[in-house]
Design a protein around this ligand. Structure first.
Ligand code: NAD
Length: 280
């Protein structure tokens, strides 16, 4: 049976360090502040934003939620990002998805000042990441690597299959893993024979947003499986992309959903915010 790779312990350690740095910044007259721009009525998105605000408060970081409503025009969103980018009291700026009218995050997030881009959404951040230059990685992608490190999962030279090629998770994660000398394969919705590819990997990362996509057939016995998926269930809960009941009998280790990648993601977003405040 697979070991459960819980994220809470790592998240608590990151939060403790962040809380200390936030207190020092506040004491020196620079209280850290994160602004989250929201333009959706999506319930799971609202839940995530509330959890960020709560965690920020617990770490002594101010969190402004700038709610523009689900009908906000792209221009209005860009204007809000411009204003927050120019506001000296704000250190981190994040644009929550989904966006109205199918606007692309990577189009609008270019308006987030690079130094305040704490969730790595500005294409400049992704480009720098790809080039091996300093930038804030998207917190979710970084959380996957942080969790693997925390549990001592070796990456150098090993095969990692990433399922999902989005700009916020799959692509930046591939770059972070390459930086760690992993042998990376990125799979997506057009991949032929997904189980054939993922079952050759030592580590499988599921980030497709498809409940139950990764079954026992997708996993080599003894592999480590990281489930990034956060899919709402009809009863108001959360489920991942991995068929955990089947995979738990084949993998050596598996992250639970909720309680795996999620808590680490939020903790890293806040760490980025105090770093951005300290760097300014
Ligand atoms: P997305 O919809 O932008 O991208 C999904 C990717 O999965 C695409 O590249 C697509 O090609 C691929 N895909 C879809 N169906 C597939 C299939 N059948 N086989 C193989 N690949 C397939 O999603 P995203 O924003 O990258 O998010 C992915 C998941 O991660 C979602 O469940 C999301 O809620 C979750 N997420 C979790 C966190 C967290 O902190 N835990 C943060 C962000 C996103």
């Amino acid at each position: 049976t697979a070991t459960a790779l819980y994220g809470r312990e790592l998240a608590a350690a990151i939060r403790a360090e962040t809380t200390e740095r936030a207190a020092a910044l506040t004491a020196s007259g620079r209280p850290p502040k994160l602004a989250v721009v929201v333009a959706t009525a999506d319930e799971s998105s609202a839940w995530y934003v509330r959890s960020i605000a709560k965690a920020a408060g617990q770490s002594g970081i101010a969190c402004d939620i700038v709610d523009l409503g689900p009908d906000a025009a792209a221009d209005t969103i860009v204007a809000a990002l411009d204003r927050l980018s120019a506001d000296g009291s704000v250190h981190g700026v994040m644009l929550q998805t989904p966006l109205p009218g199918g606007a692309a995050l990577e189009e609008l997030a270019g308006a987030i000042a690079f130094g305040k881009d704490v969730d790595g959404a500005n294409p400049l951040s992704l480009g720098r990441l790809a080039a091996g230059l300093p930038a804030h990685p998207p917190a979710t992608a970084e959380a996957v690597v942080a969790l693997l490190d925390h549990y001592g999962v070796e990456l150098a030279g090993r095969r990692v299959a990433v399922v999902g090629r989005s700009t916020v998770v799959g692509k930046p994660l591939a770059h972070l893993l390459l930086d760690r000398n992993a042998t990376v394969t990125v799979c997506h919705s057009r991949t032929v024979d997904l189980p054939g590819v993922t079952s050759t990997a030592d580590v499988v990362v599921a980030a497709a947003g498809r409940p139950g996509l990764i079954t026992a057939d997708h996993v080599r016995p003894g592999a480590t499986v990281i489930d990034v998926g956060t899919n709402p269930t009809p009863d108001g809960g959360l489920t991942g992309d991995v068929d955990a009941e089947a995979v738990v009998h084949r993998a050596a280790a598996l992250t639970p959903v909720p309680g795996g990648v999620g808590p680490v993601t939020t903790a890293l977003l806040l760490r980025h915010t105090v770093r951005a405040a300290a760097d300014r």
